[in-house]
Ligand binder design. Structure first.
Ligand SMILES: [Zn+2]
Length: 401
């Protein structure tokens, strides 16, 4: 009797051990899938991206090449959700994805500078000061960067509101965090970038608009003077102007320059075919024709990068000035977000688009893992009758006969 009891005890322990081992295996599977989908997948995908080659003087060594080429990353429309429209789970998911993508890109690609082309926040246009503080804190955590990489931000309509919602208060609080208001010129490795507040290019003479236009005209004067000084043209109006590298600037702005629609845009991440032919509204979807013309006159840019449409497009202005619409960096807006990598010198540039992991693919991996997990649990509970169990059962029966 006592022996039977101890046998039962041992069997119970063995059973518990078996169950514990099985649960441990399941846990390992779940952890592995989570690590892959939430962490490693960004490395696997971004690792395949590379800085494009750009022409420099032939006799330069590879060390001189990296010293003279600026590695710039451009992304747009991160739309960090706010407290009013953002559901906490949506916020958590999207922000984690963007943080992982950005941090992985920084560690693998080591850009010199990163530009975000506006609509950093979704609710900057109406958020209370407390909500704004919270949004900024999350932004700074997600987009933290080492000292060797600079981060520059252009203002968008969701950050300060569309033209008629834009107030000095909202502009000031944006400027306090990002050191950007009406316009800014920055020069790195001989490359000039003009960052434009395109929301203020309404052209109605409002205070903010006049200030922005005056600032841009001043920057344009500075650049033109540098060009003239380089060509040894003396101009009295340029005598007290600080000299910059005489390189045509690259314009960075949130609204694209005027274009009728996205009908001519091509590529897997251009607008959906049902949206492509909807005509764009000036001063809402794109800049007005007048403001677009002014920017082209003032700056004679060699390249323009803009955001706002959330989709990709390449346009040629006046038959020679390319504009790249940078799609949204958030999976909330696209299944296939991306960012642009630019190798830029004062005279040339080369661009490459780096796609981030497809959300549908990550969801598929989770579904397959979920199904596998279900099958394993069912098999363990012997609710399934796999063919070999059935065969075993039959053989046993046959032998018994
Ligand atoms: Zn926008």
């Amino acid at each position: 009797m006592a022996m039977m009891r101890s046998d039962l005890g041992i069997m119970k322990i063995l059973h518990l051990k078996k169950r514990g081992c099985f649960l441990l295996k399941l846990l390992c599977l779940v952890v592995l899938v989570l690590i892959f989908c939430e962490f490693l997948v960004y490395y696997v995908v971004i690792f395949q991206c590379h800085w494009p080659e750009v022409k420099i003087e032939a006799h330069r060594s590879s060390k001189q090449y990296s010293a003279s080429v600026l590695k710039a990353m451009f992304l747009s429309d991160t739309h960090l959700l706010g407290e009013i429209k953002g559901h906490w789970l949506d916020k958590l998911r999207r922000e984690w994805q963007m943080e992982r993508a950005f941090q992985t890109a920084l560690s693998l690609l080591e850009p010199d500078i990163v530009f975000i082309l506006g609509d950093i926040f979704d609710e900057g246009k109406w958020s209370s000061s407390q909500a704004w503080e919270d949004d900024v804190r999350r932004f700074q955590k997600m987009f933290r960067h080492p000292v060797r990489t600079e981060l520059m931000v252009v203002v968008g309509n969701h950050d300060i509101g569309f033209h008629y919602e834009m107030t000095t208060y909202k502009i000031k609080r944006f400027a306090k965090v990002f050191n950007f208001t009406s316009g800014k010129l920055i020069t790195r490795k001989g490359v000039n970038f003009v960052m434009v507040n395109s929301v203020a290019l309404e052209g109605d003479g409002c205070t903010v608009c006049s200030r922005a236009e005056a600032k841009l005209m001043k920057l344009s004067h500075k650049l033109n003077c540098s060009h003239q000084q380089e060509q040894n043209h003396s101009n009295k109006r340029c005598s007290d102007v600080e000299q910059l590298p005489a390189s045509e600037p690259i314009l960075l702005q949130h609204y694209p320059l005027y274009r009728r629609s996205d009908a001519d845009c091509t590529g897997e991440d251009s607008a959906l075919s049902e949206e492509k032919y909807i005509p764009f509204k000036e001063k809402y979807d794109v800049l007005s024709r007048e403001a677009s013309q002014k920017l082209l006159w003032w700056f004679h840019p060699r390249l323009i990068l803009s955001g706002h449409t959330h989709s990709a497009c390449e346009v040629l202005h006046n038959g020679k000035i390319p504009e790249i619409s940078v799609p949204s960096f958030s999976w909330r807006n696209r299944n296939n977000p991306s960012f642009i990598m630019g190798s830029i010198t004062p005279t040339d540039f080369s661009l490459y688009k780096c796609f981030l992991p497809l959300e549908s693919r990550v969801v598929t991996i989770y579904c397959i893992a979920g199904a596998l997990l279900g099958v394993l649990i069912l098999a363990h509970l012997q609710l399934l009758n796999p063919p070999f169990y059935f065969a075993q059962h039959l053989i046993r029966k046959h032998k018994a006969v």
